[in-house]
Design a protein around this ligand. Structure first.
Ligand code: ADP
Length: 396
């Protein structure tokens, strides 16, 4: 059978990321981004495999449907008319979805029912799905869920210590996110280390604007740092990560803040941005730290200490550790963050090779540990490829 072409679509509230993936290849035939949808200045940017520069197009007044109508012909042309399926990223699949699923009316209504658990993400994902299905009704459309990989968590890891009816009736439990990335890099780590996926144990740190850690045993997620929502766990770009659960009532009592205001503060004004008072962007903070900006240095220090603490705590989920994986924009590029984090993990006997660590930037991955010490790997993630692989698995 000739290699198949899968279009991967990731719809946010005002953007669509897309990539055309050919079976058996790591790079994309075409990829791009439509942004500021539904607002002034909507635009589409894309780059084909033979294009030296990305191309851009203004899309005045475009919404998701209009942007898809404009980008799908580009995809069809790049695929030379041979598009085999569309894989859609869906953030929350609740407890219902343990793997990717073909989008039927029943699956669509289950995703809709899960929306209260991800009010910012699932409705945006559904807008993209509806628009793509209307434009390509005859193609198979597959939903790939961020939460599905973590459905293998044991109950001791996914339950909160709160009254049981809140779990049974309201589905309040830990779900975990970034599953596509944690799965992809743990498979790559096993491949890179000559170990079988089914007999290997990893801790992965996906560090982007959103960040999470995961303990993976024999190809299955056993615990992860994010919970009911993507706010729990690590400190992130603008998200606080773990805080005292009494913070809400404290701020409401002492400052009279509303739930919405507290929610906004924890999700949008906290993390690297909140602590540094400068930026949510790690590159900017590293630069400021070098110039002597004390709060930028503190933000990076807290980020790394909390990350190390999360990784150390996740060792409880594994009987053995074959290695630690760094991925995501920060994990793949910041030698400083990797270095400061590993320094806190002395008790695990981790030690980095400074040169190898410095070499791993801009898509270059590989082992960065000192010989004779436990593995530490930098592995560029490729969520689009994993979504395409999951889509192909459903087709087969
Ligand atoms: P998202 O979660 O939005 O997909 P990314 O995975 O692209 O985010 O990660 C974005 C983060 O990666 C930003 O904080 C950015 O500063 C950081 N980053 C990218 N390149 C570098 C670099 N060379 N050094 C340090 N941080 C970097």
């Amino acid at each position: 059978m000739p290699a198949r072409n899968i279009l991967v679509i990731n719809c946010g509230s005002s953007s669509i990321k897309f990539a055309l993936v050919r079976e058996g290849r790591d790079d994309f035939i075409l990829h791009g981004l439509a942004e500021r949808l539904g607002a002034n200045g909507a635009s589409l940017r894309w780059q084909g495999e033979t294009d030296e520069q990305p191309q851009t197009l203004e899309l005045p007044g475009a919404d998701h449907k209009a942007a898809l109508a404009r980008l799908l012909p580009l995809v069809a042309q790049a695929a030379q008319g041979k598009l085999h399926a569309i894989g859609h990223r869906v953030v929350h699949g609740g407890e219902r979805f343990t793997q990717a699923s073909r989008l039927t009316d029943e699956v669509l209504s289950a995703i809709r029912e899960t929306s209260p658990l991800a009010p910012l993400h699932n409705p945006a994902n559904l807008v993209g799905i509806d628009a793509a299905m209307a434009l390509y009704p005859d193609l198979p459309h597959i939903a790939v869920f961020d939460t599905a990989f973590h459905q293998s968590l044991p109950e001791r890891a996914y339950r909160y210590a709160i009254p049981e009816p809140l779990y049974r009736e309201q589905h309040v439990r830990r779900y975990g996110f970034h599953g596509t990335s944690h799965r992809y890099v743990s498979h790559k780590a096993a491949e890179m280390s000559g170990l079988a996926v089914g007999d290997s144990y990893w801790l992965s740190a996906h560090l982007g604007n959103g960040s999470s850690t995961c303990a993976i045993a024999n190809g299955q997620s056993r615990d992860t740092s994010m919970g009911l929502t993507p706010l729990e766990g690590l400190m992130m770009g603008t998200r606080s990560g773990d805080v005292d659960p009494n913070l809400h009532s404290h701020l409401a009592r002492t400052l009279g803040w509303s739930l919405e205001k507290i929610d906004h503060m924890l999700n949008h004004d906290s993390g690297l941005l909140g602590l540094s008072g400068l930026s949510n962007d790690m590159r900017t903070l590293e630069h400021a730290r070098e110039q002597g900006h004390a709060n930028a240095a503190l933000a990076i220090e807290v980020f790394c200490y909390r990350l190390a603490k999360s990784l150390a705590s996740l060792t409880c989920a594994l009987p053995r550790l074959d290695g630690i994986i760094f991925t995501g924009g920060i994990g793949e590029n910041s030698a400083l963050v990797r270095n400061l984090t590993v320094k806190h993990l002395h008790v695990l006997n981790l030690e980095l090779d400074g040169e190898a660590n410095a070499r791993c930037v801009r898509g270059v991955g590989g082992p960065i540990h000192l010989a004779g010490h436990p593995r530490v790997l930098v592995i560029p993630t490729n969520e689009e490829k994993q979504i395409a692989l999951d889509t192909l698995a459903v087709l087969d």
